[in-house]
Design a protein around this ligand. Sequence first.
Ligand code: C2E
Ligand code: CA
Ligand code: CA
Length: 565
Amino acid sequence: MINSKLIKKPYRVLIVDDQETNRDMLGMILKEQFEVIYASDGVEALKRIGENADTLSIVLLDIYMPNKTGFEVMEYMKEDEQLRNIPIIVLTSEKSAELKALQLGASDFITKPFDTPEVIIARIKRIIELCDGRKLISTAEHDPLTKLYSRNFFYEYAIRLYTYHPELHMDAVAIDIEQFHSLNALHGREFGDKILRLLSDEIRKFLKETEGIASRLEADRFEIYCLRQKDYKALLDRLQKGVNSSLPNVNIRMRMGVKEWSEDIEPLLMFDYAKAACNMARGSYQRPVIVFDELMQKREVYNQRLLNDMRTAIEEGQFTVFYQPKYDIQGERPRLCSAEALVRWQHPELGMIAPGDFIPLFEEKGLIGIVDSFVWRESAKQIAEWKRKYGITIPVSVNVSRADAVDTSLVDKLTELIKSNGFAFKDMKLEITESAYTDGTAQLINIVKSLRNVGFEIEMDDFGSGYSSLNMLSSMPIDVLKMDMKFIRNIEHNETDRRLVTLIIDLAKHLGVPVVAEGVETDKQLEILKAEGCDLVQGYYFSPPVPPEEFEKLIQKEIEEGKAK
Ligand code: C2E
Ligand code: CA
Ligand code: CA
């Protein structure tokens, strides 16, 4: 698309620099496309700006000059109603000047010696367009730490590029630093800030060679909107290498998600997809770069549907709770002793949805609390009902997500449930996955401790899938170890897994807590576990998770066999 405005009325550009060679060089680059005027120091600059206040499209401003510095020129312009909205690009070779220039309202930088001519021209045009007439954005906003564009400015800019320059096929790129939280915790915040600055420097270097813009949205999340690159893995490697070359003692790894340009998807959605792809690459050594594809898009649409439907589903009772029995296997006969509550979603159009499809999604979006609270309420009612009906208490374990376990009102919420349903704390046990402990905060540990103080029993779920060290384990507040299913799957055939199971059982004995093995499906697995001294077993061998009516048959059977307590 040819910008007709450019032809009819070329933009007027003021180049301010005390070095003649700089003025000439920049003038040569720009004069084909812009009407260029010059000033050789700050005083002359203000004179030209005053004369051309109505017609000047942009000022390219050197900082260190005789008479008046660039900073003084900027300060003057900032105070003046009419001059305030003329965009400024700072010409600098001094990194130290950048922050101050940004604070005074500069939109961008051109570094000396000058960048690639096409990039300079493109950048000047973009800034002019951005500030021209449409009044949406007048001054650029930057993230103070990295000096990249702020989130809002970045997105507005991207939307403008998409709207006014459909001929530019721009891709959305999202970048995260792996384990940034741990790096911060381990080496301190200053070190974390240093990494962020180094990465933004590398991104800026990259943007000197191609057309694009970048932002740090928050924490360690960076986004780039740039012309299609041939090889994004190469880009990631390059950024990573650049950062690591300045950090002799650590090796930073990053991940990247890309959504390639497509005509009908506007930038905000593109960045949602890029972010989703970036999340998928989390922790993956093999695939640190993921380009969002059609399948993922379908998944994303599906996920969006689940997110939208969730509240209605709660209201309309589409969620139900299934119960899976746990059996004590150390006696003569296996004895039904408790259950785990597992949520099910019977969707009116999509059918039965497995928890694996929505639990991680709701966790990620911070919505899991709503579902979990529902499951806790239902389970509490169920415990009370069974107690009434059969005169025995079947303790039920409920799952507590990481996000639930950092909520300071959790103890009160659960206590209230126990009190209003009239049973003991130990009758509703809480399963918390191992990884919540290991990458969790001190806050989580404190909340778990207070849960135990009021009388709840805590089961560490999926034990062995995370990375708790022995020494961590002995100081963690837990009452039961629940072994991860993956160990059980192969105990019959795999000597290593079998030894690991033995080790975990010994470990639990050492800690003085019982062990639950879940995912037990065969006679042989049961036999091995019993021989090794495992206390409790849960799995298809006894029963899959079933609706309450079905579970009652198991209770009745147990009572008939006279073995329930
Ligand atoms: P989990 O807590 O580790 O639950 C055990 C899962 O293993 C359940 O899958 C259960 O159906 C399945 N399972 C039980 N026995 C066997 C067996 O013998 N073989 C095999 N192959 N699988 C078995 P489900 O119900 O699909 O739940 C999957 C995960 O979803 C759960 O893993 C848990 O992390 C999460 N989840 C389920 N319900 C809830 C809930 O109410 N709240 C939260 N926060 N998470 C839940
Ligand atoms: Ca569980
Ligand atoms: Ca588990």
